[in-house]
Design a protein around this ligand. Structure first.
Ligand code: 6CS
Length: 341
């Protein structure tokens, strides 16, 4: 587990140093996760494609969690001010782009994870005015979305019903919508930084955790939890964001190249997350005797009912633009559902 002892050594100086090079041919790519993660696997593949297709004119520099700092707002600020050109923003991004909390709603996305990736990266959703404006108003541009696998609960007790979750101090990312969701389930959610979560779980400051499987393994969280519960209530989705001025300053050819690489990355991102999550689950099973539980449909239904009103909470929290994005998303999901029937 790489991050337990991470030292935050960065970086005001490093970031200021490149602020003036927002239009340089080195694209700095900030990741919310460490090496060995889905974001890192995606970024390595993205780097390879961009460097090949630009004939070496563009170099992509990967900045994993810890190299730019460990407080996510430092990463989002750096992307907003152009010190870092592109990066991922997931649960914590709600403080910068409130509408992005849409990705945290439970029981909304299709069960088919590739379908989710296709819808979130479709022109109908990604290029829609409300979604674009949510980011553009904050100096950012949404370039894509990476579903990183189902969010899996862990705890030191079995959880099959909302009753089991009652009062559980489960850790959520810093996101009002996630807090509202887990309060609706009856839990007592708390927020802790990603890099401090292992020791918080170990010391009992947090009683439960929510991560895709690869992260439970990559960060060692499973070592200090007894139960792993698959409720398939939501997928972890990271938004790929760029600095707006940087994006608009790219030549037409560069924008086309970027678009085509992002198109290729939808399937590749899905393949990476599927492989990482499945291999890491094997590792967890080999290395621990954690109890693994899969909720059945009836058990999931109890959580689904409690999650439904949180859609309105999202609208109340973020306003009309967020409602429009939710409507577009639900419409695309319905269309995909009716095609598959
Ligand atoms: O739970 C978190 O804070 C982090 N988890 C993952 C899988 N990626 C980044 C995120 O911020």
């Amino acid at each position: 587990m790489q991050l337990r002892n991470i030292v935050i050594g960065v970086t005001a100086m490093g970031l200021v140093g490149v602020a003036s090079s927002a239009f340089a041919e080195t694209w700095r790519f900030g990741l919310e996760e460490t090496e060995g993660s889905v974001q890192y696997g995606y970024a390595e593949e993205f780097k390879k494609l961009i460097e090949e297709k630009s004939d070496g004119d563009v170099t992509v520099q990967l900045l994993p969690y810890g190299t730019w700092g460990s407080n996510y707002s430092a990463l989002y600020d750096a992307i907003q001010n152009g010190a870092i050109q592109i990066g991922f923003g997931s649960g914590f991004l709600g403080g910068t782009v409130p509408e992005s909390q849409l990705m945290s709603l439970n029981f909304v996305m299709p069960n088919d994870q590739l379908e989710t990736a296709k819808i979130l990266n479709s022109d109908a959703f990604l290029k829609s005015d409300p979604w674009q404006q949510s980011f553009r108003k904050r100096g950012l541009v949404p370039l894509g979305a990476l579903p990183e696998g189902y969010q899996v609960w862990t705890a030191n007790k079995e959880i099959r019903t909302p009753e089991d979750m009652k009062g559980l101090q489960i850790r959520v990312m810093d996101n009002s919508l996630l807090r509202a969701t887990y309060e609706a389930y009856g839990a007592a959610p708390i927020t802790i930084a990603y890099g401090e979560l292992y020791s918080a779980l170990q010391q009992g400051q947090a009683e439960g955790n929510i991560q895709p499987v690869f992260a439970h393994e990559n960060m060692g969280f499973y070592e200090v939890q007894d139960y792993m519960i698959f409720a398939d209530q939501s997928q972890f989705v990271a938004n790929l964001i760029g600095n707006l001025d940087w994006y608009e300053g790219l030549s037409d050819d560069q924008q086309k190249m970027l678009d085509s690489v992002l198109g290729e990355m939808v399937q590749k991102g899905h393949d990476i997350q599927t492989q990482f999550n499945s291999e890491r689950l094997d590792t967890i099973k080999e290395k621990s005797d954690i109890n693994i539980i899969h909720l059945d449909e009836q058990e999931r239904d109890a959580f689904r009912k409690l999650a439904k009103p949180v859609r309105q909470t999202y609208i109340d929290m973020v306003g009309e633009r967020g409602k429009e994005s939710l409507d577009i998303l639900l419409d695309q999901i319905n269309k995909a559902d009716s095609k598959s029937q």
